[in-house]
Design a protein around this ligand. Structure first.
Ligand SMILES: Cc1cn([C@H]2C[C@H](O)[C@@H](COP(=O)(O)OP(=O)(O)O[C@H]3O[C@H](C)C(=O)[C@H](O)[C@H]3O)O2)c(=O)[nH]c1=O
Length: 182
């Protein structure tokens, strides 16, 4: 299991070690001790989520405000996504900047997106199944959405006309956003 930092150092990519044989493959999809040792803190996940989406679905850019903020360990078990983490920590030198990466059933790569980031993805294949662990429970009243195609973000989604929930059609522009994250 290999951990590496992205251009926004708190967002991590994790490449599991895949053990293949004539039966198929095996890999450890999560290891608390290895994860905490790399992070240098006790990170506990309390909720697992799964969503399935058609091709061209965009979910995001979502966050939960403190004290309900969520760190997310995300992966794709069928299909593929372009995943995006947007830094919304107002005192961060990378505030308003994002990192993006392709996560897929094929590459088996995972990403850890800490609290303080808005998260979203667009699916690149049909029937894409997205699974993730969260460090806090769902709290809908604390949810917020940054508008996925806010020109100020310059996110290259690869999909110009995605399938969106009504909520995601009404995301906030970064310029109008008063971040609750320090
Ligand atoms: C997130 C969540 C949703 N729900 C219910 C609420 C709705 O009835 C239904 C769909 O919710 P929503 O449209 O918010 O689902 P997504 O658009 O996939 O939201 C997620 O999308 C992006 C990618 C994220 O990073 C967040 O984890 C999350 O906001 O599931 C729950 O019961 N528990 C939950 O934890």
């Amino acid at each position: 299991m290999e951990f590496k930092r992205t251009a926004i150092v708190d967002v991590l990519l994790i490449q599991p070690t895949i053990f293949g044989d004539d039966r198929g493959y095996f890999f450890e999809s999560f290891h608390q001790q290895k994860f905490n040792e790399f992070i240098g803190a006790e990170i506990n996940f309390v909720q697992d989520n799964e969503s399935k989406s058609a091709k061209g679905v965009l979910r995001g850019l979502h966050f939960q405000a403190p004290p309900h903020a969520q760190g997310k360990l995300v992966r794709v078990v069928q299909g593929s996504v372009l995943d995006v983490a947007l830094d919304i920590r107002k005192n961060s030198p990378t505030y308003g900047q994002h990192v993006s990466f392709v996560l897929s059933a094929e590459n088996k790569m995972q990403a850890y997106i800490p609290a303080g980031f808005a998260h979203g993805f667009v699916t690149l294949e049909k029937d894409t199944i997205f699974q993730y662990k969260c460090t806090n429970w769902y709290n809908p009243s604390s949810e917020g959405s940054i508008l996925w195609n806010d020109p100020a973000l310059t996110i290259q989604w690869q999909e110009m006309n995605p399938i969106l929930s009504d909520k995601d059609k009404l995301g906030i522009l970064l310029a109008d956003f008063n971040s609750p994250f320090e």
